[in-house]
Design a protein around this ligand. Structure first.
Ligand SMILES: [Zn+2]
Length: 423
């Protein structure tokens, strides 16, 4: 019996399938198992992968009449997944980044001097929805041409009831109109100036007014809190997350980014789906998270840019926590490329390239509870596929700072080619 296909990508030097981890994320040494097929092929019908194997095996199975895409000498992987993005904002903060990186000024000092997040809250609040849509589309296009096919997208850069609803609506609109799939998250993030030193009052407004409204309109799948010194403390974070859960949202948390805030411990207690940053998290809290089946999300950009201290990836992976990688793209630091995250993860955090790629695909899919449909190349899964101009996966840390993605397929359609969006 033959199978019908629209096209097949064939003769990949390496076809990275990551098969067999749809039910639970990979941990420890499992993260090194990429399920590589040499001289590999993947066939697609409509939006779905219909055959995976060696070129020989796949070509034998297919009914005549499909298009052949030759991937000789190339690397083929599942679409990359970016599970932590601060997507909607106006303005830019390049001056600050340099003062932190070169001048050694801390983020908390920048904020004390009137810079940092409050400036983005102001600019974003003043921007028109059209402007925000235009800016955000550019960011998504850049992600797409770099091989990212699904992201988690957070609100949090307006921090008013109407502003947060507007941000979540933009995310939901782009999910319908842009090729990238967006998973919407309400994030309690910045503290507006009128609530400085009155975060309890802000928390009241969030739990009593904002979240019921967001839930009623079904705008957010997840709820997330910036549990950090100078933002929301552990008790405020708990109130917001518990309210989110009551309203049917699933939970994520920003934990232990600048200091040991206690976020990871709270995350374990509440059984959050993902706990992100984990830079200053004590190892006991890491163990508590792994017992709950939480996915830890490493965000290599902020340590790379200015704070210098990375999450202790080797210790954390050894403690059986499943880990994913994400860009943490935000107004404070702009990098759309998951390829770059893999580079930093390997060269600075001492993850293996296999771990980094697992963390950017199947484990990232688990961190947004989409592993049953994306994150690996297997029959029945969505045809989100990237052809990289790279001989093998070790190229991610080796040939860096450029875009290796040559062809990007989303739901079985070619959407980007040679650095340009084509659909
Ligand atoms: Zn973040």
């Amino acid at each position: 019996m033959t199978i019908e296909a629209d096209f097949a990508i064939v003769h990949a030097n390496e076809l990275v399938t990551l098969k067999g981890a749809g039910n639970k994320p990979r941990i420890r040494e499992e993260m090194n198992d990429l399920g590589i097929i040499r001289d590999g092929a993947v066939a697609v019908k409509d939006e779905t992968v219909v055959a995976v194997g060696t070129a020989n095996e796949v070509l034998k199975k297919l009914e005549k009449g499909f298009e052949i895409i030759d991937a000789t000498g190339k690397l083929v992987t599942p679409g990359l997944i970016d599970p932590h993005v601060h997507l909607i904002f106006a303005g830019s903060r390049e001056q600050e980044l340099e003062s932190m990186a070169v001048g050694g000024i801390s983020y908390l000092e920048i904020k004390a001097r009137g810079g940092g997040m409050p400036t983005t809250l102001k600019k974003t609040g003043e921007a028109t929805t059209e402007k925000l849509l235009e800016r955000t589309t550019q960011i998504l296009d850049t992600m797409l041409i770099h091989g990212t096919t699904t992201i988690e997208a957070k609100s949090g850069y307006e921090m008013t009831l109407h502003g947060e609803i507007r941000q979540l609506k933009i995310i939901n609109t782009l999910n319908r109109t842009h090729p990238i799939d967006l998973v919407p998250t309400f994030l309690a993030q910045g503290i507006p100036p009128e609530y400085e030193h009155k975060v309890d009052q802000l928390t009241n407004a969030i739990v009593e007014e904002w979240m019921p409204e967001i839930a009623k309109r079904k705008l957010a799948e997840y709820c997330d809190v910036f549990c950090e010194k100078g933002y929301f403390n552990v008790e405020q974070t708990r109130r917001i997350l518990e309210t989110g859960r009551r309203h049917g949202m699933k939970l994520r948390i920003h934990a232990d980014w600048l200091v040991h805030s206690g976020g990871a411990k709270l995350g374990a207690e509440l059984g959050v789906v993902s706990a992100d940053h984990l830079i200053f998290t004590p190892i006991d809290d890491i163990e508590a998270l792994s017992k709950k089946g939480t996915v830890g999300v490493f965000l290599p950009t902020t340590p790379f840019c200015y704070i210098g201290t990375y999450a202790k990836a080797r210790d954390i992976i050894n403690r059986r926590l499943a880990v994913a990688l994400a860009t943490d793209l935000s107004a404070a630091n702009m990098c759309e490329s998951m390829q770059m995250m893999m580079t930093i993860a390997v060269l600075q955090m001492k993850m293996t390239t296999e771990e980094a790629l697992t963390a950017s695909t199947i484990n990232a899919a688990h961190s947004i509870e989409r592993a049953h449909e994306i994150g690996s190349l297997e029959e029945g899964k969505r045809a989100d596929i990237v052809v990289f101009d790279a001989l093998n996966h070790k190229y991610f840390p080796y040939h860096y700072g450029i875009n290796l993605a040559e062809k990007v397929f989303k739901n079985g359609e070619l959407v980007a080619e040679k650095g340009r969006r084509v659909k």
